[in-house]
Design a protein around this ligand. Structure first.
Ligand code: PMP
Ligand code: GLU
Length: 401
C-alpha cells in the first residue's frame, strides 16, 4: 500500500540551499568530464594550512575522539574570546561564547532561540541565501530592506527605520557581504546600533568574511564601532572562509549570556558538540600563526582586480567593486529579453541555465539573493579559471545579440 507522508507546514515552501545545490551540480559535471568553469563555489580553493591539519591528526592520535562540552572545549572558547579581543577590542567571558557546526548552525540556533511565530527579522537585500530560510524555519517572518547598487549597496537607514515594528526581533548584517562584497560604513552601523538600542532588537552580525577585506582596514563590526551596543549584538563567525576550512564545520557565536545559554541548550537537544577533532583544528587556526590569512587575502585581492577588469570590458554589464569577501555581483539584466525566439532570457534563473548549458559556466542567479537583475560569480578560484570563465561569459553574452 502506498501512502502519502504528511510533511510539516513549515517545510512546504522550503528549498534546498541554491549555492550548495549549484556547486554540487558543477562538481558532478566536472567529475563526469564536462569542461565546466565553476564560479559558483562559496569556498576558498586553497587547501587548509598544514599546521591546522597537523593539529587534527594529533587530536585523532591522542584519542580526542569523544563528546566534548556541548558549546565547545574551553580552550577553543578562550581562543575565540582572545581573537575578538585582539581584532575587535571586545571582551567576552566564556559564558558568552559558543562553538557550533559552522556559522550556519550558529544562525539557526539564534533564530530558534529568539523567534516566535510572526516575529520579524530585517534582512538587507541582497542577502546570503540561507537567512530567510533560517528565519522562516523558526516561524519568523523575513522583512527585506532594499539597497541601491548605485550607492554600493549601502544600508538605507531611513527605510530601515520605517520598517521597524513592535514585532521586530532582529536584524542580520553581513559586512563584507555575500554576495555583493559591500562593507557598511561606520556611520550607517552607528545608526543601526542606535535603532537597535531604541527599539530593543538584536543585531546579528555575520562576520564570516571579516578577514577578507580590501580596504586596508582590520576587522570591525557594529559591536566594535559602538561598544555600548554590545549587549544587543550577536557576533557570528567561523573558520570556514578565513582558514579555508569549509568542510571542517566550525563556527561560533559571541553574544549576550542569555542567548548563548539558550542556543547551547538547543544545540544539546539537536546536534550536541561540534566535531571534537575539528575543534582542535579550529584552535590551531585561531591561536596559531596568521600569515596564511594574509597570503589568502592578497590572492583574493589580485583575483578581485582581475575579474573586475575583465567584467568592465564586457558591454552591457555594470558591477559595483566588491570591498571584501570573494564574490562579484554584476547586473546582467540588460541582456534580459534577448536570445532566440522561444528561448529568451527572462531573468537570472534563465541566465544561469543559459550560462551553464551554453558556456559551461556555473554561477548563482541573483534571485537566490533577493535581486533578479544580478548573477553571483565567485573568484575563490585560480586566475586561469577566472579568465577562462570571463572569456566564456563575454562570448556567451555576445551570442545573445
Ligand atoms: N554566512 C555567510 C554570509 C556565508 O557566505 C556562509 C558560507 N557558507 C556562512 C555564513 C556559513 O558558513 P559556515 O557554515 O561554513 O561557517
Ligand atoms: N556560503 C557559501 C556560498 O554562499 C557556501 C554555500 C552555503 O553554505 O550556502 O556559496
Amino acid at each position: 500500500m502506498s501512502w502519502t507522508l504528511s510533511l510539516a507546514e513549515r517545510v512546504q515552501s522550503l528549498k534546498p540551499s541554491p549555492t550548495l545545490a549549484i556547486n554540487t551540480k558543477a562538481k558532478v559535471l566536472k567529475a563526469e568530464g564536462v569542461d565546466i568553469v565553476n564560479l559558483s563555489a562559496g569556498e576558498p580553493d586553497f587547501d587548509t594550512p598544514d599546521h591546522i591539519k597537523e593539529a587534527a591528526i594529533e587530536a585523532i592520535q591522542d584519542g580526542f575522539t569523544k563528546y566534548t562540552p556541548v558549546g565547545g572545549i574551553p580552550e577553543l572558547k578562550e581562543a575565540i574570546a582572545n581573537r575578538l579581543g585582539h581584532d575587535y577590542g571586545l571582551t567576552y567571558r566564556p559564558e558568552e561564547v559558543m562553538v557550533s557546526t559552522g556559522g550556519k548552525q550558529v544562525l539557526y540556533n539564534i533564530a530558534q532561540a529568539i523567534l516566535d511565530p510572526g516575529d520579524e527579522v530585517i534582512i538587507p537585500v541582497p542577502y546570503w541565501v540561507s537567512y530567510p530560510a533560517i528565519v522562516e524555519l523558526a516561524g519568523g517572518k523575513a522583512r527585506f530592506l532594499k539597497s541601491d547598487p548605485a550607492r554600493d549597496f549601502a544600508l538605507d537607514i531611513a527605510a530601515l527605520s520605517a520598517m521597524i515594528t513592535p514585532k521586530t526581533r532582529a536584524m542580520i548584517i553581513n559586512s563584507p557581504s555575500n554576495p555583493s562584497g559591500a562593507i557598511y560604513s561606520r556611520d550607517d552601523l552607528k545608526a543601526v546600533a542606535k535603532l537597535a538600542l531604541e527599539n530593543n532588537f538584536l543585531v546579528i552580525t555575520d562576520d564570516i568574511y571579516d578577514q577578507i577585506r580590501f580596504d586596508g582596514q582590520g576587522p570591525e563590526d557594529i559591536a566594535s564601532i559602538v561598544p555600548e551596543a554590545q549587549d544587543h549584538v550577536a557576533v557570528v563567525n567561523g573558520v570556514s572562509k578565513t582558514y579555508a576550512m569549509t568542510g571542517w564545520r566550525i563556527g561560533y557565536l559571541a553574544g549576550p549570556e542569555e542567548l548563548v545559554r539558550v542556543a547551547t541548550k538547543i544545540q544539546s537537544q539537536s546536534t550536541s558538540n561540534p566535531n571534537s577533532i575539528a575543534q582542535k583544528a579550529a584552535l590551531a587556526a585561531l591561536a596559531g600563526p596568521q600569515d596564511c590569512v594574509r597570503r589568502m587575502r592578497e590572492a583574493f585581492l589580485e583575483r578581485r582586480d582581475r575579474i573586475m577588469e575583465m567584467l568592465r570590458a564586457i558591454p552591457g554589464i555594470s558591477c559595483t567593486e566588491p570591498k571584501g569577501a570573494f564574490y562579484v555581483f554584476p547586473d546582467l539584466s540588460s541582456y534580459y529579453g534577448k536570445g532566440p525566439a522561444g528561448h529568451k532570457i527572462e531573468g537570472s534563473l534563465d541566465m544561469a541555465n543559459y550560462l551553464l548549458e551554453e558556456a559551461r559556466i556555473a554561477a548563482v542567479p541573483g534571485i537566490a539573493f533577493g535581486d533578479d537583475r544580478f548573477m553571483r560569480f565567485s573568484y575563490a578560484t585560480d586566475l586561469k579559471i577566472i579568465k577562462n570563465g570571463m572569456d566564456r561569459l563575454e562570448a556567451a553574452l555576445g551570442r545573445l545579440g
